[in-house]
Design a protein around this ligand. Structure first.
Ligand code: PLP
Length: 449
C-alpha cells in the first residue's frame, strides 16, 4: 500500500484523544502510528520502514503475519471463537499437548492465562498453596510483570511506585559478572558467591517460611544476563534441600529466543513451575501459562485450585499457539535462532565492540543479546545513570534516534541496547541491522570520555 500521511494523522489524533498508554506520562508521548507489518519489518503511514530489532516487546519470535498462524486464527474464528474454560475443546487440548511436549522434565500440565504477569500470579499462588508457606524470593535486576504479586517480585524501578502491596517478597542478587555484586573476577567465582549469598538469604529469612524462588532463566529486560554454568543447578539444589518451589520465568526467554525451546534447556535444569507467554504464539492473540510439575499438579487432584480466568485457554489464542509451535518445528525456526546467534549476531556484535569504545560488554545467545554501553571502558561507568530520565538519558536517546533514522527499531533499556529480533530473521537482515548499529554507535561513542 502507498504511504498516506493523512490517514496516519487521523490514527494519531484518535490515539491522543482516547488511548491511555502503559508506563507513560500521557501528555509527554507521541506514539508512532503503525500502518502494517510483515516478517521482521513494520512501517508507518509516512513511508518509513523499520527492521524490528526489538520484536515489539520481545514477543514476535515468529515475525509478523506468519501465514500459517494467520490462517489458523482465521480458521478457528470461523469454527469456534470462544468457549468457557470448563469445557474440553480440541484446540486447547492440542495447545497444551504441544507446550507440555517441549517444557523440560515432568512439567506436563498446563494452566493457560492471557499473558505473562497472570502466569506469574498463578505460579506463586500454586507455590504458596503447595507449600503452605508465605514468602517469595526474587532477584534484583528482574522483571516479572505489572500485576500485584508480579510487580512486587520485579527487581527494577517499575516496582517502586507499586511496592506498597508487597507482602512477603524478598529480593536477592543474582550473578552478573560485569557488575559483580560479589566483587568476583571469574564466572566460577561469581557463580559460587551468588549461590552462597542466596543460601544466606534463605537461612536468614527462615527456610520454612519460603514458598518459592522465582528467576528468569536468562534475565531479559534487566540486561540479558546469562547465568554462569552451574548457577541454576545450584538454585535447584537449594530449593530441593529446603522444600522450596523453584519457578523459572520463561515469559521472555522461552520459545526459541535463546536458540532452544526454553532457556532452561541450555542448563539441563527442570523447575517445579515454568511460566511462559510472548513467544508461545508470538502475541498474535494474548496467551500465557504455567507449566506444572506432576507433584504440584497432584496437590490439586482432590482439592480445587482456587484460581481461574474467563479466557483461560481461549480458542483463538490456542489456535495461534498450535500453528506457531508447529511452524517453528517444521521450519527450523529455533535452530535458525541458534545459528544466527552463533554465526552472525555473536561475532557481529563482538566486532562492533572492537570498533566502538562505547561498548562495554556484549552478551547473549540465540536472538537474545545486549550491548552494554559505557562512558569509560576502564571504570565501566554506564553511558547514562541507572534509571536515568529526561536530559540524563540524552545519550541513549540520541543513539536510539540514530537507529530509527536509519530504519532500525532498537530495544533500549537504561544504558543498554538489546538485540532481540525475531527468531525468523535472515542472515541478510541480521547484517543489515548490524550495519545500522555500527553507524548509530558512532553517536554513542561521542559521549564517552
Ligand atoms: N516475565 C517476564 C520475564 C517478562 O519479560 C514479562 C514481560 O516482559 C512478564 C513476565 C510479563 O508479561 P506480560 O507483559 O505478558 O504480562
Amino acid at each position: 500500500t502507498l504511504p498516506d500521511p493523512s490517514a496516519g494523522a487521523a490514527v494519531k489524533a484518535a490515539d491522543r484523544a482516547h488511548v491511555f498508554h502503559s508506563w507513560s506520562a500521557q501528555g509527554l508521548i507521541d506514539p508512532p502510528a503503525v500502518a502494517g507489518a510483515e516478517g521482521a519489518y513494520f512501517w508507518d503511514y509516512d513511508g518509513n520502514r523499520y527492521l524490528d530489532f526489538s520484536s515489539q516487546l520481545v514477543n514476535t519470535n515468529i515475525g509478523h503475519q506468519h501465514p500459517k498462524v494467520v490462517a489458523a486464527v482465521q480458521e478457528q474464528a470461523g469454527r469456534l471463537c470462544t468457549i468457557a474454560p470448563g469445557f474440553a475443546v480440541d484446540v486447547r487440548s492440542e495447545a497444551a499437548r504441544l507446550v507440555a511436549g517441549r517444557t523440560p522434565g515432568d512439567l506436563d500440565k498446563i494452566f493457560f492465562t492471557n499473558g505473562g504477569a497472570e502466569a506469574v500470579e498463578n505460579a506463586v499462588r500454586m507455590a504458596r498453596l503447595h507449600t503452605g508457606r508465605p514468602k517469595l524470593l526474587s532477584a534484583y535486576r528482574s522483571y516479572h510483570g505489572a500485576t500485584a504479586a508480579a510487580i512486587n517480585l520485579t527487581g527494577d524501578p517499575r516496582r517502586w511506585p507499586s511496592d506498597t502491596a508487597s507482602a512477603g517478597v524478598v529480593h536477592f542478587w543474582g550473578p552478573y559478572l560485569y557488575r559483580s555484586p560479589f566483587h568476583a573476577t571469574s564466572e566460577e567465582e561469581e557463580c559460587a558467591r551468588a549461590l552462597a549469598h542466596l543460601e544466606d538469604t534463605i537461612v536468614f529469612e527462615g527456610p520454612r517460611t519460603i514458598a518459592a524462588i522465582i528467576l528468569e532463566s536468562v534475565v531479559g529486560t534487566a540486561g540479558i544476563l546469562v547465568p554462569p554454568a552451574g548457577y541454576l543447578a545450584g538454585v535447584r539444589e537449594l530449593c530441593d534441600r529446603h522444600g522450596i518451589v523453584f519457578i523459572l520465568d520463561e515469559v521472555m526467554s522461552g520459545f526459541g529466543r535463546t536458540g532452544r525451546w526454553f532457556a532452561a534447556d541450555h542448563f539441563g535444569v527442570t523447575p517445579d513451575l515454568l511460566t511462559f507467554a510472548k513467544g508461545v504464539n508470538s502475541g498474535y492473540v494474548p496467551l500465557g501459562g504455567v507449566a506444572i510439575s506432576a507433584e504440584i499438579a497432584a496437590t490439586f487432584d482432590r482439592r480445587p485450585y482456587p484460581g481461574g480466568l474467563t479466557y483461560s485457554g481461549h480458542p483463538l489464542a490456542c489456535a495461534s499457539a498450535v500453528a506457531t509451535i508447529n511452524a517453528m518445528a517444521e521450519e527450523g525456526i529455533v535452530e535458525n535462532a541458534a545459528r544466527l546467534g552463533e554465526d552472525v549476531l555473536g561475532p557481529g556484535l563482538r566486532a562492533l565492540a572492537e570498533r566502538h569504545r562505547s561498548v562495554g560488554e556484549v552478551r547473549g545467545m540465540g536472538v537474545f543479546w545486549a550491548l552494554e554501553l559505557v562512558k569509560d571502558r576502564a571504570t565501566r561507568e554506564p553511558l547514562v545513570p541507572y534509571n536515568a530520565a529526561g536530559e540524563a538519558a540524552a545519550p541513549m536517546n540520541a543513539f536510539a534516534a540514530a537507529c530509527k533514522k536509519s530504519g532500525l527499531w532498537p530495544f533500549v533499556n537504561m544504558n543498554r541496547t538489546h538485540v532481540v529480533p525475531p527468531c525468523t530473521l535472515t542472515e541478510a537482515e541480521a547484517r543489515e541491522g548490524l550495519a545500522i548499529l555500527d553507524e548509530a554507535l558512532t553517536v554513542a561513542d561521542t559521549h564517552t570520555v
